[in-house]
Design a binder for this molecule. Structure first.
Ligand code: HEC
Length: 222
């Protein structure tokens, strides 16, 4: 046997011994696998310990309830949070609503339009073409959803609704609100009383759309 092969034999034996040693020790150590598992170590018989008094959540503390739940005192809110961080920029939603809506449009088109359609009528491409859903994607242009508090839309994005799965892992809370603002804008865009538009607004609508009859004030449509 050469010196070299003697060494490799020794090495192999050592590795084998070490692995066997470590392995067994860690395999049989006492541990609790589940929260609140029974334990004979603590007097209350519970392996989970209560939080010490005054403890503060580390990291992603969600202290602003309405912003993270869409509810205030259990009731759905009907306004946007005052500020949102959109694409790393802090936006005042009361002064810069257009910016919020533009971000919302971008996110909506990425995360929602394939099911709900570009206008929110529920006729998105994959809903029409392939995905077999137990129920069709919601149409946002119903009286119920037009009158619905903004918090509901936030809630649906966060937790899902019926057969719609939650989008929380894909869309951050601030972006969810931007989408909510855009949905409301979509709802208004499909249900506007043309008589409330200024002549300039009306001519813009007519220039950008061939569906003029519904966009004209009732008196002028002859
Ligand atoms: C994979 C397809 C799909 C995607 C993506 C999707 N939805 Fe839905 N959505 C559905 C379906 C299906 C329903 C109807 C659920 C039901 O009635 O059980 C629904 C329902 C809804 C409703 C109606 C809730 C109500 O009160 O009736 C809202 C609002 C909504 N979705 C918002 C969104 C938003 C915002 C996004 C993007 C962030 C989104 N959805 C992404 C499929 C989808």
């Amino acid at each position: 046997m050469t010196l070299r092969s003697k060494f490799s034999l020794l090495g192999a034996a050592a590795v084998g011994l070490m692995a066997a040693g470590c392995h067994t020790d860690m395999w049989v150590q006492p541990k609790h696998h589940h929260p609140y598992q029974e334990s004979d170590l603590f007097a209350d018989g519970n392996s989970s310990r209560p939080l010490p008094e005054g403890v503060v959540i580390h990291g992603k503390a969600k202290l602003d309830d309405a912003k993270y739940t869409g509810r205030e005192n259990g009731k759905l809110v009907n306004r946007l949070p005052d500020t949102l961080t959109l694409h790393r920029e802090t936006v005042d939603t009361r002064k810069d609503l257009l910016k919020v809506i533009e971000r919302g449009k971008e996110r909506y088109n990425i995360f929602c339009s394939h099911c709900h359609g570009a206008t929110g009528d529920g006729k998105g491409m994959i809903a029409l073409r392939g995905l077999s859903l137990k129920r069709p994607p919601g149409n946002f242009h119903t009286d119920r959803l037009r009158e619905m508090e903004l918090g509901h839309f936030y809630d649906v994005i966060t937790k899902g609704y019926g057969v719609m799965y939650p989008q929380a892992s894909r869309v951050k809370p601030d972006d969810r609100w931007a989408i909510v603002a855009y949905i409301r804008a979509l709802q208004m865009s499909q249900n506007m009383d043309a008589a409330t538009l200024s002549p300039e607004e009306l001519s813009k609508v007519e220039a950008s759309s061939n569906m003029a009859p519904s966009a004209k004030p009732s008196g002028a449509a002859k």
